[in-house]
Design a protein around this ligand. Structure first.
Ligand code: NAI
Length: 496
């Protein structure tokens, strides 16, 4: 209990890296060491090109890691896992928990292999008492499995105090989410109050006490899954309504706006898109599906499974609609795709709707022109090649250095990530644009030749916390003139 002075975090990913950078920055007296099995990942964290893109992260890392504000550096990155574990009083387990791909629960259960191997490693090398913090998103009951691993493997004189402290940051807004969290959840058993207090003190360095909630261990584990499932469900709900809008002449942006004015519903996470992506929503919904099935609650499992099914439906619908608008053939047509990341302000492409949409366009014979401001050419090729193993993907795609060249001579433009720059990238500079044609262009793009932003909005989700997300997609028959801002942007209802 009391105050910890040495923290280790196992897993230097999208969660472990930013979370520990903030903890270190806000607690100059605590030594924080983030460890990972991956040598290149740790090398990148030590370098000037961090392994993940996250606005504001670089500055925070430089303060804590390099002492740029004059402090003693207190944030370290290392592959010496055993040493960091042994020195720490408190250890975050922040490793990946993907969907299981084989064996029992394959396709829906969370794969706890990485959590288990981290726990075994801790059990084997710990020589002093440890507070163990589940930071990874895990199925309800995982803390009990951890307890068994420790009691089976560890030196019996070493005590392990297990806490749940799920992370609610969303990629793209991680730094702000970490600095001003809606809440910090710390779940513990009654007998672990002292350990929970020690973790409370770490966060109390910058989070108001009333926002730090200590709750029952199992509630805490389930609350994280529940939050992601309900966020994903909101997106599937609005996406399902977008199909109704397209069939009736209602406008999904207007419907979302009107619905969101109800304070019981609220306006955020209500933007129709080509489907959510990211590493968390799908796997967390499927994890809840699996938990419900194993608890013999088939109705509950079916209910949540439909959230994922609507998301798949939406991705298919998006591409099918583009194809239909292009006279049912994409053969050799140039189709521009703006955005490849699963949401704006990240370079993360895990589960991005762009992979599904582009793969379908390629299957139709299209030549796809892709631009994303943060995703590297290698990453795009890697993702699309893995999704289409039977093809040589380079025959069908070209990566462009900017939006304008990607869209040049394209038959259609699909905006699959809501990067802010896409709102202006294709708008000609005022001087070169004669004033008169603008209204005509608007009419043309909105009514005549295109599927507009509201019926084919695209793109994204996040991994844990609300963020207004949006983007537009724009599938048009040959577009000789750049689309207007109206046609391009999926306007959040709040802007109306
Ligand atoms: P990630 O895949 O970016 O990072 C996990 C890291 O753990 C990898 O670098 C991997 O090499 C390392 N690792 C795996 N096993 C290890 C071991 N035994 N010892 C040392 N290192 C090991 O994953 P990410 O995105 O950071 O997610 C981590 C957890 O946080 C997941 O459970 C996820 O559901 C949850 N989460 C993710 C959010 C996100 O936005 N990405 C938000 C909130 C929660």
């Amino acid at each position: 209990s009391g105050n910890v002075t040495n923290i280790c975090c196992v897993g230097a990913g999208y969660v472990g890296g930013p979370t520990c950078a903030i903890i270190a920055k806000q607690n100059p007296h605590i030594k924080v060491t983030v460890v990972d099995l991956s040598e290149p990942r740790i090398a990148a964290w030590k370098s000037n090109s961090l392994p993940i893109y996250e606005p504001g992260l670089q500055e925070i890392v430089e303060v804590a890691r390099d002492g740029t504000d004059g402090r003693q550096p207190n944030l370290h990155f290392s592959t010496e896992i055993s040493k960091a574990i042994d020195e720490a009083e408190l250890i975050f387990i922040s490793v990946n928990t993907p969907t299981k791909l084989a064996g029992v629960g394959s396709g829906s259960a969370s794969d706890l292999a990485y959590v288990e191997s981290a726990a075994r490693h801790i059990a084997e090398v710990a020589t002093s008492d440890k507070i163990i913090v589940e930071k990874s998103t895990v199925p309800c009951g995982t803390a009990e499995s951890l307890r068994e691993i420790f009691s089976g493997l560890a030196d019996p004189s070493v005590k392990f105090h297990i806490l749940s402290n799920p992370e609610f940051l969303a990629e793209g807004t991680a730094i702000n989410d970490l600095l001003e969290p809606d809440r910090i959840l710390i779940g513990h058993l009654p007998e672990e109050k002292a350990a929970a207090d020690a973790l409370v003190n770490v966060y109390a360095a910058w989070v108001p006490q009333q926002n730090i909630k200590t709750i029952n261990l199992w509630s805490s584990e389930l609350a994280k899954l529940a939050a992601n499932c309900m966020l994903a469900q909101r997106i599937s709900s609005i996406n399902s309504l977008s199909a109704v809008c397209e069939a009736t002449g209602a406008d999904i942006d207007e419907v979302a706006y009107a619905v969101g004015l109800d304070t019981r519903i609220g306006s955020r996470m209500l933007k129709a898109s080509a489907g959510f992506g990211g590493s968390c929503f799908k796997k967390d919904v499927l994890s809840l599906v699996y938990i419900s099935e194993t608890l013999h609650l088939p109705e509950v499992a079916e209910y949540w499974r439909s959230v994922v099914e609507i998301n798949e439906y939406q991705k298919q619908r998006f591409t099918r609609r583009m194809i239909k608008r292009l006279y049912n053939t994409l053969s050799r047509k140039k189709i521009a795709v703006l955005g490849f990341a699963y949401k704006k302000n990240t370079g993360d492409t895990r589960e991005t709707a762009a992979i599904t949409v582009i793969s379908q366009l390629i299957a139709e014979g299209a030549k796809v022109a892709i631009y994303d401001p943060q995703v590297s050419e290698n990453q795009i090729i890697h993702d699309l090649q893995s999704a289409n193993p039977a093809k040589n993907i380079k025959d069908s795609i070209t990566i462009y250095p900017d939006a304008v060249s990607a869209c040049s001579d394209a038959c259609a433009i699909a905006i699959l990530t809501e990067w802010d720059q896409f709102k202006t990238d294709l708008i000609p500079a005022p001087k070169s644009q004669p004033p008169a044609p603008v209204p005509q262009l608007r009419n043309l793009t909105l009514e005549d030749s295109t599927a507009t932003s509201s019926d084919l909005s695209s793109a994204s989700s996040d991994a844990g916390s609300e963020s207004p997300e949006m983007s537009a997609a724009h599938a048009s028959t040959p577009l000789s003139t750049p689309p207007t801002e109206d046609a391009l942007e999926g306007k959040p209802g709040s802007e109306r």
